[in-house]
Design a binder for this molecule. Structure first.
Ligand SMILES: *[C@@H]1O[C@H](CO)[C@@H](O)[C@H](O)[C@H]1NC(C)=O
Ligand SMILES: *[C@@H]1O[C@H](CO)[C@@H](O)[C@H](O)[C@H]1NC(C)=O
Ligand SMILES: *[C@@H]1O[C@H](CO)[C@@H](O)[C@H](O)[C@H]1NC(C)=O
Ligand SMILES: *[C@@H]1O[C@H](CO)[C@@H](O)[C@H](O)[C@H]1NC(C)=O
Ligand SMILES: *[C@@H]1O[C@H](CO)[C@@H](O)[C@H](O)[C@H]1NC(C)=O
Ligand SMILES: *[C@@H]1O[C@H](CO)[C@@H](O)[C@H](O)[C@H]1NC(C)=O
Ligand SMILES: *[C@@H]1O[C@H](CO)[C@@H](O)[C@H](O)[C@H]1NC(C)=O
Ligand SMILES: *[C@@H]1O[C@H](CO)[C@@H](O)[C@H](O)[C@H]1NC(C)=O
Ligand SMILES: *[C@@H]1O[C@H](CO)[C@@H](O)[C@H](O)[C@H]1NC(C)=O
Ligand SMILES: *[C@@H]1O[C@H](CO)[C@@H](O)[C@H](O)[C@H]1NC(C)=O
Ligand SMILES: *[C@@H]1O[C@H](CO)[C@@H](O)[C@H](O)[C@H]1NC(C)=O
Ligand SMILES: *[C@@H]1O[C@H](CO)[C@@H](O)[C@H](O)[C@H]1NC(C)=O
Length: 678
């Protein structure tokens, strides 16, 4: 027989194939070697691998189990980049880097450096060329950090995020003269006192997610990006007596507690100002009020340590502090602005994106504000606007405006020019206003609704606008790709959408009591929303479309015919099906969708079906209860079948016993009167 010998040959062969690649790099099979790099991530290493090529320049050891770097651990003289992130490093011995004088980048993120930081600090001091150092997530407090950073004069990038720093002063970064980028986010900082006077070249500073109560006396003129989001900042005040242009371009103060617009530098290059989610407002209307005659009018900020005044500001006048002339993005989402002070917008001739969503604006006059011609995005959604005033000349001057969002306001009637005279408008969102009231009148006046005047328009959102009837020619001349008409219950005149049949990609008709629209007329449709429409039977034309996304929530569907499900599953990426009274015994479509890996059924566990007893998650319904083709439950057959069987067996037993009782006696005797062995 050849059996055993062939098994042995197989074994030897498989051992050979296992051994060969390992023996060609015998010392460090865990590492993948490329030209100059050794990549040893996720290998359970407890020490730096030995015997790698001496020319190795980069060594990646993320996610291993290394605790210590000994004096002889690193014998790679060409090493420039060492990554030890996510190990258990507690200690670097003082001479750990004695052979690596060219190391410029060292990543020690997510280790335990707090345990032996004085000795580790001595090791870092021996790196004359170190430029990039990551010490994030090492449970370091400010004293440990100061010790670790001693004498690191060559450092240009430092990451200290995710540690336990609480306050910083002039000693904290004393030696970091060359540092350009400093990441201090996610610490416990509540005080910063002249800590950056020693770092004149600092360009990017991240202070996000700390506990800073204010930033006063800001005078870092070289800084380009400051991120102080997610703190508790009430005041941002720049030093006013500095006679140079601040280099700041991006200032992020979002998610703080600002009450006033920040006091920006007198002269700056500020382009991006993020102030979302504060409580910024303007207060002149309070000062005017005779009701508060003795309201404190000015506020003065002192620096107690330096015994001087930083700034005296008149609070209630709206004159802006600082230079906003270079501003391009102004993000004021989620504040309390009721109006723009006189000349506020005019001071920003380069403004291209204004985000004012979720404020308290009550009026907006585009003409008097004098928006810049470079404006391309205007979002004033979710305010209290009753009217947006603008004359035709102003609107035509807004030649770059492509995105307009005025949704969620109290607009009664759109100033007709808003749509017809914005020459570049591509996306317009009027959802959740009362504009529907205007439409019938215009229609009756014979004017038609000339949406078509803006030939550039591609995306039009008219959700919840109380629209009642679309005129026949409502969209003629337009080339919309997106049209949202959801939440206009009982909307009539849906045939007018057909004029968009060649271009439409997304059509929203949720909660419109959509009738018998023939979707076959829209061959390019990729996304269709017909949720909340009491649809009991999926229109056949839907399955013939090349849809990627389909929303069928909250209808009256009991099933989806197999043929349609097959067609849909082959194309769909996302489908919404919750809120339909599906029949548990007609769920072939469900299996089609679940077995097609490319289809994502949103909220799959919330899709329910009903059998005769109860409603439950369609996923949990045992399919053997149902007989698919007829749609009737096998459960009932079983229920009927079981008692019949039992009674048949019972009858047979009785008959058997009464007719042949002796047989039983004999068999009992046979079994129990066997001779025993003892
Ligand atoms: C090693 O892990 C780090 C951090 O997770 C990652 O940036 C790097 O690309 C990984 N290297 C390899 C070769 O997977
Ligand atoms: C590392 O160790 C863990 C647990 O002991 C094991 O599951 C994993 O496969 C090991 N990884 C490697 C690359 O050896
Ligand atoms: C470190 O810096 C201190 C002054 O900050 C200096 O006295 C000391 O000599 C430096 N040590 C090294 C090793 O450069
Ligand atoms: C600093 O480290 C944290 C955590 O390791 C990381 O999320 C962050 O991106 C790093 N910062 C920079 C600027 O690379
Ligand atoms: C500021 O930092 C936060 C947190 O890391 C980040 O989400 C945000 O995008 C940053 N801001 C800017 C302008 O980069
Ligand atoms: C600012 O500096 C310039 C010259 O550098 C000078 O002419 C001007 O008077 C200074 N302004 C103030 C307010 O000090
Ligand atoms: C900065 O602006 C304030 C108020 O506008 C002014 O009083 C001050 O002289 C300006 N400072 C400089 C240095 O220009
Ligand atoms: C307000 O100030 C006036 C004088 O300026 C003074 O007579 C009056 O008593 C003050 N009122 C209050 C309520 O302090
Ligand atoms: C602060 O300056 C004032 C005068 O400008 C002086 O009277 C006071 O003593 C100084 N305080 C301190 C703590 O230096
Ligand atoms: C809007 O501002 C212009 C110019 O200041 C003014 O003529 C017009 O009456 C204003 N419109 C409204 C409705 O206030
Ligand atoms: C639109 O922006 C470009 C630069 O982005 C500018 O040259 C052009 O003048 C702007 N159009 C108008 C009408 O201001
Ligand atoms: C817009 O539609 C109306 C009515 O169909 C038509 O009279 C008008 O010429 C169209 N305008 C443009 C610019 O296409």
């Amino acid at each position: 027989m050849s059996g055993p010998s062939s098994i042995i040959i197989c074994l030897m062969l498989s051992m050979w194939t296992v051994l060969v690649p390992a023996s060609s790099h015998p010392q460090h099979s865990q590492c993948k070697l490329t030209q100059r790099a050794a990549l040893c991530n996720n290998s359970n290493l407890t020490s730096v691998p030995e015997g790698l090529p001496r020319t190795t320049e980069e060594l990646q050891l993320h996610h291993n189990l290394i605790r210590t770097l000994h004096d002889n651990s690193l014998r790679y003289p060409s090493l420039t980049t060492l990554s030890l992130a996510c190990n258990h490093v507690e200690l670097l011995h003082a001479n750990a880097f004695q052979y690596c004088k060219f190391l410029t980048s060292l990543n020690l993120a997510n280790n335990h450096l707090y345990m032996s930081y004085p000795e580790t600090s001595n090791a870092l001091k021996t790196l004359p060329r170190i430029k990039i150092l990551d010490l994030s997530e090492n449970t370091l407090d400010e004293e440990m950090a100061a010790v670790l950073l001693e004498n690191l004069t060559s450092l240009e990038y430092l990451n200290l995020s995710g540690n336990l720093l609480r306050r910083l002063d002039e000693t904290s970064f004393r030696d970091l003269r060359r540092v350009k980028e400093l990441d201090l986010q996610r610490n416990l900082l509540f005080e910063i006192d002249n800590a950056f006077d020693a770092t004149p070249g600092l360009q990017r500073l991240n202070l996000a997610f700390n506990y800073l109560p204010c930033l006063t006396d800001f005078h870092m003129t070289q800084l380009v990006v400051l991120n102080a989001s997610h703190n508790f900042i009430e005041w941002f005040i720049s030093r006013q007596d500095v006679n140079v242009t601040f280099q700041i371009e991006t200032l992020d103060l979002s998610d703080n507690k600002l009450l006033f617009f920040p006091f920006l530098p007198n002269a700056s290059r500020l382009r991006n100002l993020y102030l979302s989610h504060n409580t910024v407002s303007f207060y002149e209307h309070l000062a005017d009020d005779a009701a508060f005659p003795n309201l404190t009018a000015t506020i003065t900020f002192y620096n107690l340590r330096r015994n001087n005044t930083i700034l005296t500001a008149t609070l209630w006048d709206d004159s802006l502090h600082g230079d906003v002339s270079s501003l391009e993005i102004l993000d004021l989402r989620g504040n309390q602005l009721q109006y723009f002070p006189r000349g506020f917008i005019r001071q920003m001739p380069s403004l291209s994106r204004l985000r004012m969503c979720s404020n308290c604006l009550e009026r907006l006059n585009l003409t008097s504000e004098q928006f810049s011609g470079s404006l391309c995005e205007l979002d004033v959604s979710n305010n209290r606007l009753k009217e947006i005033a603008a004359d035709d000349v102003t609107l035509r001057a807004l030649g770059n405006l492509t995105d307009l969002n005025v949704s969620l306001n109290d607009l009664d009637c759109l100033s007709s020019g808003l749509l017809f005279n914005l020459p570049s408008l591509r996306s317009a969102d009027f959802s959740y206003n009362n504009i529907g009231i205007c439409l019938p009148e215009e229609v009756e006046a014979g004017a038609g609704v000339a949406w078509n005047a803006t030939a550039s328009l591609r995306r039009l959102f008219l959700k919840g606008c109380h629209l009642e009837r679309l005129p026949r020619s409502a969209f003629s001349g337009l080339s919309l790709t997106h049209l949202e008409l959801s939440d206009n219950p009982g909307l009539r005149g849906q045939q007018s959408i057909k004029s968009l049949s060649a271009t439409l990609h997304h059509l929203g008709l949720g909660n419109t009591h959509v009738g018998d629209l023939d979707f076959a007329a829209f061959p390019n449709l990729k996304s269709l929303n017909i949720s909340r429409n009491s649809i009991a039977r999926l229109p056949a034309s839907v399955a013939s479309l090349d849809l990627k996304q389909l929303d069928l929530r909250d209808n009256k569907l009991s099933s989806i015919p197999s043929a349609q499900a097959d067609k849909l599953a082959s194309k769909l990426h996302t489908v919404f099906l919750t809120g339909n009274p599906f029949n548990c015994c007609q769920t072939e479509w469900f299996r089609t969708f679940t077995t097609t890996k490319t289809v994502h059924m949103v909220g799959q566990s919330d899709i329910e079906c009903t059998d005769l007893y109860q409603t439950r998650s369609i996923r949990d319904y045992p399919s053997f209860f149902c007989h698919e083709e007829t749609g009737e439950s096998i459960f009932w057959y079983i229920l009927l079948f079981v008692p019949v069987c039992i009674s048949l067996v019972g009858i047979l037993m009785i008959v058997f016993l009464t007719v042949k009782p002796k047989v039983i006696h004999k068999s009992i005797k046979k079994k129990y009167f066997k001779p025993t062995s003892y």
